[in-house]
Design a protein around this ligand. Sequence first.
Ligand code: ZN
Length: 259
Amino acid sequence: MHETSASIQITALPAFNDNYLWLIHAGKHALVVDPGDASVVQQALQAGGYQLDGILLTHHHADHTGGALALQQHWRCQVYAPDNDHAAYRELDAVRVKDGEQIVFKTFPGLSCVVLSLPGHTLDHIAFYINQQHLFSGDIIFGAGCGRLFEGSPPQMYASLQRIAALPAATLIYPAHEYTAHNIAFALTVEPDNLALQQRAQDTAALRQRQQPTLPTTLALEKATNPFLRCLPLSQQAAFYHWQPVDVFAELRARRNVF
Ligand SMILES: [Zn+2]
């Protein structure tokens, strides 16, 4: 469990092969981000004695939305989803939220939650930025990596990652998948001499050996080690000399697809 400011706590709930469903809780109240599996969430709620007050969905993929209907029906709580008419949201009684919108949770007084529109992985993808400190980012950014471009273009995804990069360096990032180790192996093919990346490879291996999450991560660590946030410095290195950063991004994403 991760103790945070403004008295909220955040817990990773492992699901499927490599998903994390993030539970945000304070006292007896909880919110969940991307509940792909309702039973995993129900078990955690029961174990902690929490009631579920809200469901936050970052995008329409089934491993992020699959448990939302059962949880909403059980808890009669509000669902917040991207502003899109996708079938995954239509069966839910969901509030559609747009870029810049603030969500208020009555049972979490003092909690601020701002919606960021970050297209690329899907066109409707959003993130939830809580207390100007915690970014629940779905499948946009991973530890040392980024999401695949299922719907968006490289310039769209690059712009979304740049928007994340502009947040404070201490921002804690909560991706929805444990892909860090494989992403680091790829990143080392791009920057074998990056000392921060080499250190992260060791730290990540130690965490995984103990079967612990490598997440959340920090924006500062991603800027030092995530090649998809390092396209500008990479464009000044010999391998990509005189490339535009967005072209470096597109090339790295294409290489990672087959890594
Ligand atoms: Zn996805």
